[in-house]
Design a protein around this ligand. Structure first.
Ligand code: ADP
Ligand code: MG
Length: 403
């Protein structure tokens, strides 16, 4: 789960990390009022979308596609500037390197006190799964071109691995501060900040905190001037507060609807829809499809507690994909009974009008009854007993290259 910069900064502020004062706005009037409230002559007017690269992005009119403004983060030197930038941002589509070509409609704005920047650094905390650690990356080459730094001069990025049990050690804090060449009050301010960030990362079960740029101000303090935070969804159950931060308009509509039915759905580029119970089995199913020369259209795990309603919904969601050419159902009956799945498939196919080939592989509880129910129906369906047969069959049926 991702959140907006203004929300991330509120969490950082609470954790004791220095950020500029700012106001979240959804209208030009609010942006103008925020300018008065902040009382800073120079402010940053910042588009809020769940993607980075805003500074170098471009804003377009959603209807005509005309270019409205270069840059989704603007520095305003007057009230007039704020009005102009806010109206050029709100209600327009921002396209950045990270949004994909269709961009994102901007509905939220952050008006933030301007900061006198002496230098821009890069700082990120993320999970290094191979090292079972929190990885902290820091660089003196922060700002809007960090991707190029990572590509061309990776040695300019200093890395520290933190044992999640031991926590961030003082020697590691110093090593990070030194790698940034900090001294005096900026050095001390950084030590406080990195300690607070490392604790917050664990306490809030983050999967990433990226501060780019982290700035040294002309007053020699360290301030988080941008903030991107992602959370580990598997820990959502112990963080009820996250629900309030969720902005569903930033998430894929179909994935949100799937979640509402207790399904995990991820849209993919291929043309064979998959309906599977269990994430591991879903991964294996996708692998088998690929092995047989096909391409999965989605990842879909109906979960262990799937019922008629959620299976019907899952089927409907799969069939929404305009590129769909075939469907493979792979269900291992445990608690879930294959005959119940079979009846749900028939019901859903009638409801949504299935027009592509369907292959079903049942195994486990009531798999024979499930097959009988399908065979006795009017549905044009091929049933198999192994996953390998199912993968081969669906690829053959859609006329894919069979390898
Ligand atoms: P993005 O990474 O999406 O481009 P940032 O928040 O990093 O957006 O903003 C881009 C640049 O704008 C920053 O690198 C910084 O130079 C400048 N900037 C952002 N916020 C402020 C601010 N409050 N005061 C002054 N400059 C800012
Ligand atoms: Mg940034």
């Amino acid at each position: 789960m991702n959140i907006h910069e203004y929300q991330a900064k509120a969490l950082l502020r609470e954790a004791g990390v220095a950020v500029q004062d700012g106001v979240h706005c959804t209208s030009v009037e609010q942006a103008l009022a925020a300018y008065e409230t902040l009382g800073s002559e120079v402010v940053a007017v910042k588009s809020q979308i769940h993607a980075g690269g805003r500074g170098k992005g471009k804003l377009y009119r959603p209807d005509s596609g005309d270019l409205v403004m270069q840059g989704g983060v603007k520095i305003a030197f007057s009230r007039e500037d704020v009005g102009e930038y806010a109206s050029n941002i709100l209600g327009h589509t921002l396209i950045t390197k990270q949004t994909g070509p269709s961009g994102k409609l901007v509905n939220n704005l952050y008006v933030e006190a301007g900061c006198a920047i002496a230098h821009e650094y890069y700082l990120a905390l993320l999970i290094d799964r191979e090292a079972n650690s929190v990885l902290i990356m820091a660089s003196t080459e922060g700002g809007v071109d960090i991707e190029e730094v990572a590509e061309n001069t990776p040695e300019a990025i200093h890395k520290v691995w933190v044992d999640p049990i031991e926590g961030l050690q003082d020697s590691q804090k110093s090593s990070l501060a030194d790698s940034l060449g900090l001294s005096g009050s900026a050095h001390d301010s950084f030590l406080d900040m990195i300690g607070a960030l490392a604790s917050m990362f664990v306490d809030r079960d983050c999967s990433m905190i990226e501060v780019n740029p982290l700035v040294r101000t002309e007053g020699a303090t360290m301030v988080a001037l941008d903030a991107k935070i992602s959370f580990d969804d598997n820990a959502a159950f112990r963080h009820q507060w996250r629900a309030e931060l969720r902005d569903l308009s930033e998430e894929s509509d179909i994935e949100v609807r799937a979640r509402g039915h207790g399904l995990s759905y991820v849209d993919l580029d291929g043309d064979i829809g998959c309906l599977v119970n269990g994430a591991g089995l879903a991964m294996a199913t996708m692998d088998v499809i690929k092995l047989c020369g096909g391409e999965p259209a989605n990842f879909l795990d109906i979960g262990g507690a799937a019922d008629r309603e959620s299976i019907t919904a899952a089927f409907g969601i799969i069939l929404e994909d305009p590129h769909l050419r075939g469907v493979l159902v792979n269900v291992f009956g445990g608690i879930i009974r294959c005959d119940m799945v079979a009846r749900s498939i028939i019901e859903a196919s009638e409801e949504v009008g299935l027009e592509v080939p369907l292959v079903v592989r049942f195994s486990g509880t009531n798999h024979e009854e499930g097959k009988e129910v399908l065979d006795a129906s009017d549905l044009d369906v091929l049933t198999t007993s192994t996953l390998a047969e199912a993968g081969e069959a669906i690829v053959k049926l859609i006329g894919g290259d069979f390898s």
